[in-house]
Ligand binder design. Structure first.
Ligand code: CMC
Length: 426
């Protein structure tokens, strides 16, 4: 094993320690660099920068591996539930039967919203994006449910309160936006079934819960539950490093997730597929547009900062989408376009050379459509799934003695010093 790296700069040799992760990932510890040499590193987008040590999620972008606490994502999708996976991420181990039951009891106990919070929804302008509402509502929780930070049990309750209420908030936002009556959570239903019931049940046509739909939603949320230091998780760690409360921290994560290059990509994929369909574009035209540097069009749901092969989550999502559409006997023309686009892109030299493969969002939107979820709720669905990951990462960050207030440096490229000019002389 390498123990040190040597850097020679301005004739001075600096010895930097090497850190090795448990799966053989290597890093050069540059913490002494600036102090010793006056230099900093330059790495926009942090593509080569490790900002923490973490025991939560392992991903290998070259081999298409994703594991939560060491367990392969494929096994969790097959055998686990979203609530069990959330426990695994936050607590660090799979729950016993008693622990899982206690978790479910708390999730039920915390599932209602404070009456005064409900008023917020009614005052939002119609057509507000639910991600903006969700981010504000989670931040507002600090006022309604002050964080209890003294006892482990209390802080665990805070996590469960967040996980439970985000689901109620999301369903409520949807119902109110449609001008429909809010459906209360039911203690007899599991987390995912409860959400579907709150979204779709109504007095005229009662919603019939279907096992495959519930399974698909469990899988969707398991696949989104964590993804190590992505944009929104980094936002959570950065904001959390200032020691702000957990609600404000998670709210920042939700805002970061909203963008089309990150969590908003699932909605962007559907918008793209609908545009292709509406304008009658051929697959060849789409591929040509995506490759054209002068055209802002990108193949949404393709490419990833870390995965340089097929995203393992996309494989599972594609399979589950097929099962669901077969089961519901629904034919989604957008799925046909997506499959043809994928086939063409995977054969194309541009995509091959740049290692651009479908990511989790490519099929996510089609699965959500099959569940009946409206397009503007897609990123909210991602946020509900990612919440346990954000909590686990926040928890790890605040208890890590190596955590420091996040405060990067910059290379200043602006004007050098010059005098102020009075306004009448400019
Ligand atoms: N379509 C066409 N060209 C692309 C695409 C794409 N989807 N993605 C990357 N490229 C090209 C890009 O133009 C660049 O070309 P060049 O080297 O000639 O300038 C090259 O591939 C590298 O791209 P990049 O933008 O520098 O790579 P990145 O690591 O900064 O970006 C990405 C990763 C996900 C932002 C990008 O692939 C993208 O914009 N994809 C579409 C949006 C999307 O699907 N986002 C969801 C990501 S998965 C969910 C999540 O974890 O957040």
């Amino acid at each position: 094993m390498k123990e040190f790296a040597k850097l020679i700069i301005d004739g001075k040799e600096l010895t930097l320690p090497v850190i090795e992760g448990s799966e053989g990932e290597m890093a050069i510890d540059i913490r002494s660099l600036r102090q010793e040499t006056g230099y900093i590193t330059f790495d926009p987008g942090f593509g080569n920068t490790g900002t923490c040590k973490s025991t939560i999620t392992y991903m290998n972008g070259e081999q298409g591996i994703l594991r939560y606490r060491g367990i392969p994502i494929e096994q969790l999708a097959e055998y686990s539930s979203f609530v069990e996976t959330a426990f695994l991420l936050i607590a660090g181990m799979l729950p016993t039967r008693e622990e899982l039951t206690r978790t479910s009891v708390y999730l039920n106990d915390f599932s209602l919203l404070h009456e005064n919070m409900k008023g917020f929804y009614r005052n939002y302008p119609p057509k507000s994006h639910p991600m903006g509402i969700l981010s504000a509502m989670i931040n507002a929780m600090r006022s309604f449910y002050p964080e209890l930070i003294d006892i482990d049990e209390d802080i665990n309750k805070t996590y469960l309160r967040l996980i439970s209420k985000i689901r109620t908030m999301a369903a409520m936002a949807y119902r109110i936006s449609k001008g429909e009556k809010v459906v209360s959570p039911r203690p007899d239903l599991c987390y995912c079934a409860n959400f579907l019931n709150m979204m779709f049940n109504n007095a005229v046509v009662p919603y019939r819960l279907d096992d495959d739909m519930v399974k698909a939603l469990n899988i969707f949320w398991i696949l989104h539950a964590d993804h190590e230091q992505n944009c929104s998780t980094t936002a959570v760690r950065v904001v959390g490093s200032g020691k702000v409360n957990i609600y404000a921290t998670i709210s920042a994560g939700i805002s970061a997730l909203w963008g089309p290059l990150h969590g908003g990509a699932n909605q962007a994929v559907i918008n793209m597929l609908e545009t292709i369909q509406k304008n009658g574009m051929t697959i060849k035209e789409c591929i040509a547009k995506a490759k054209d540097k002068d055209d802002p069009f990108r193949l949404m749901g393709f490419g990833h900062r870390v995965y340089k092969t097929y995203d393992p989550r996309a494989k599972i999502m594609k399979k589950m989408t097929d099962v669901l559409l077969l089961k519901t006997k629904r034919k989604d023309p957008l799925l046909d376009i997506a499959k043809k686009l994928e086939e063409a892109a995977l054969k194309d030299t541009y995509f091959k050379e740049k290692n651009l493969y479908p990511n989790v969002d490519f099929y996510a939107g089609i699965l959500l459509r099959a569940l009946g979820i409206p397009t503007n709720m897609f990123t909210v669905m991602f946020a509900i799934g990612r919440l346990p990951g954000w909590i686990a990462q926040w928890k790890e960050d605040v208890s890590d003695p190596e955590t420091r207030l996040t405060r990067p440096r910059q290379i200043y490229t602006g004007n050098q010093i010059h005098d102020y000019i009075p306004i009448d002389k400019r």
